[in-house]
Design a protein around this ligand. Structure first.
Ligand code: IPE
Ligand code: MG
Length: 231
């Protein structure tokens, strides 16, 4: 979700008003995803590197996060959506951590869609934390080193219980992944758009989904093989 600050600047407003406007896009995308039958939606809300922003902006983002979490969780629950946070929770305030756990608890049995919010998250962090868990098992002699392979590592990376990542959308006109779901994005379709996040509404999201359904996914095979499999 990129482009909040630029959106605000374009309108002659302070950056944080862009973040507030961005919340509307979050609502629109969650609703649209649920309506279109998307099984899992993961939003990159705050990266491990975003702490480096001016203190005041970080603080507004945290307040906004807390506000949205408190206000919207009931609605998620009503729509049978499971909420989870991926990322290193330990750096958030105790109050926020408590709110996150409560939201996860309340919605844990919902099964229409999984909404994961990545906060204090980084793709490299994700791979490192998985590696650490596996290393611990080896050190405790609960795991043989020869059984470490992609499949095993995959189980310790975040979102392991979700379907394979199909598509990764980046708004705001930058053409990079910026340490998002590095491991999970191996075969994801990448979708980049100039649209700034606060302008990324239902129509824009549906356009992205449409583009996805028109792509041929080969997973390393030839186009002819894929066509033959389909018939
Ligand atoms: C994305 O918008 C939101 C967060 C990272 C929290 P930005 O704040 O990065 O907006 P730009 O890139 O400055 O326009
Ligand atoms: Mg940005």
């Amino acid at each position: 979700m990129d482009g909040n600050g630029r959106w605000a600047q374009q309108q002659g407003k302070v950056r944080v008003s862009g973040h507030k406007a961005g919340v509307e896009s979050v609502r629109a995308c969650v609703t649209t995803a649920r309506k279109m039958g998307v099984k899992a939606l993961t939003l990159f809300a705050f990266s491990s590197e975003n702490w480096l922003r001016p203190e005041q902006e970080v603080s507004v983002l945290m307040d906004l996060f807390m506000y949205v979490l408190t206000k919207e969780v009931k609605r998620l629950h009503k729509n049978n959506i499971r909420f989870q946070l991926i990322g290193d929770k330990s750096r958030f305030s105790e109050k926020l951590q408590k709110q996150i756990v409560e939201a996860e608890q309340l919605t844990k049995n919902n099964d229409a869609m999984v909404l994961s919010v990545a906060a204090n998250y980084g793709g490299r962090w994700d791979i490192a934390q998985a590696t650490k868990k596996i290393a611990q098992l080896v050190a405790d002699q609960q795991l043989d080193i020869d059984s470490i392979d992609e499949k095993l590592l995959d189980q310790y990376i975040n979102l392991a219980d979700l379907p394979e990542l199909d598509m990764l959308i980046r708004t705001g006109g930058d053409y990079r992944i910026s340490n998002f779901l590095l491991w999970q994005a191996a075969y994801a379709e990448l979708y980049f758009t100039e649209t700034l996040w606060p302008d990324f509404n239902e129509v824009a999201f549906e356009r992205a989904l449409m583009s996805f359904s028109n792509r041929e996914r080969r997973f390393g095979k030839t186009g002819d093989q894929v066509k033959a499999e389909k018939t």
